[in-house]
Design a protein around this ligand. Sequence first.
Ligand SMILES: [Ca+2]
Length: 72
Amino acid sequence: MKEILYTLIFTAILLAGVYAYAVYATSKGLTEDENQNYIPDSWEKNFKWLFSGKVIIMFLLGLAIGYLLATV
Ligand SMILES: [Ca+2]
């Protein structure tokens, strides 16, 4: 069970980093963002779901981490 908890925490940190980098890179002009939604246009083709589902993904991760922290 601990492995799952660590994996979820790692995933949450990684995703938070990805989201933060996307905003940083687009606002600094490091990557192309023509439609100005703070998602690098090169990522939008394949990873749009990762951003449109951001709230749900982070919510579910938080829920799962909280649940595991309470039980492990
Ligand atoms: Ca974009």
